[in-house]
Design a protein around this ligand. Structure first.
Ligand code: PAF
Length: 276
């Protein structure tokens, strides 16, 4: 496996790989089994597998956890080797001097849910993903469904900018107790972790109520919210799966999404509404 920390070295490497099928997993490092599942999903389909690890300052708000975002360079390298990654791109800086471009996705895809609670977040994500896709030039890139809204934003960017890459959404991975894997879980105390499980309990309660015939999106949301044991709830809502539009009645494929703070850690999770 090559480990590359300069943009110029990545571009030189990429120049030698013309005609080969390249798979790409963009990450912010502190890799876990969720990231590994993306690598394993792509590995059999591609000639070369590239992983990036870059904690992108553009997608963090002023009061967010950029400075304390967890890092583990050695662990990341070990995990990438174990999952047969060909190139790990780990730049110290990704943007050129004078960088002045932003990719903005407008509308309900970005101004609700995560977008409402983290202003500027999706612009930072769209900008870094567009730059990474331009540099890596993958045939296919994998993103986790844990960040369901991010995945929808990335798909929009790729269609709107006509980027020649297939975007593959991959299932969210949970620990045995049901907690969605996240680099931020490391901050949960044992008691926080127990309370954090109320997120998945809430999502499952909403899916079960839908299965029992409830179609009113507000009432479904209320059923989920009643299960939560958190310190701050940002949202728990049933939204259209494809474009995250708000729903009155659940009359199309939908997703229940939650964001909440437990202790000092903000967690997100989501689950498919069992549409038949
Ligand atoms: O999901 C993430 O880890 C990040 O948002 C991404 C896609 C790597 C962009 O920084």
């Amino acid at each position: 496996m090559e480990v590359v920390s300069e943009v110029a070295s990545l571009v030189a490497w990429r120049g030698d790989q013309r005609g080969r099928r390249i798979g790409f997993v963009p990450t912010m490092g502190f890799l876990h089994a969720g990231h590994a599942s993306l690598m394993d999903r792509l590995r059999p389909e591609v000639d070369l597998l590239v992983v990036s690890s870059y904690v992108n300052p553009l997608q963090f708000g002023q009061n967010e956890d950029l400075s304390r975002y967890p890092r583990d360079a050695d662990g990341d390298e070990r995990l990438c080797r174990a999952h047969r990654v060909d190139l790990l791109f780990r730049p110290d800086s990704l943007y050129p001097p004078g960088f002045s471009t932003a990719v903005t996705v407008h509308g309900s895809l970005t101004d609700r849910l995560e977008g409402e609670h983290r202003p500027g977040h999706f612009e930072g994500v769209a900008t870094v993903v567009a730059r990474l896709l331009a540099l890596v030039g993958p045939t296919v890139a994998a993103f986790g469904e844990k960040d369901w809204q991010q995945l929808a934003v990335v798909r929009r960017v790729v269609v709107d900018l006509g980027l020649p890459v297939e975007i593959l959404g991959c299932p969210l991975i949970r620990d045995a107790d049901g907690l969605a894997l996240s680099s931020r879980n490391k901050y949960l105390s044992p008691d926080d972790r127990r309370r954090a499980l109320s997120l998945v309990t809430a999502l499952r309660a909403v899916a079960a109520a839908f299965q029992q015939g409830e179609r009113d999106a507000d009432r479904l949301g209320g059923i989920g919210r009643a299960q939560l044991d958190v310190d701050r709830l940002d949202y728990l809502e049933v939204a259209a799966a494809a474009d995250l539009a708000a729903l009155d009645q659940v009359d199309r494929p939908a997703r229940v999404l939650v964001a909440a703070v437990v202790g000092s850690t903000r967690l997100i999770d989501n689950l498919a509404i069992p549409w038949t």
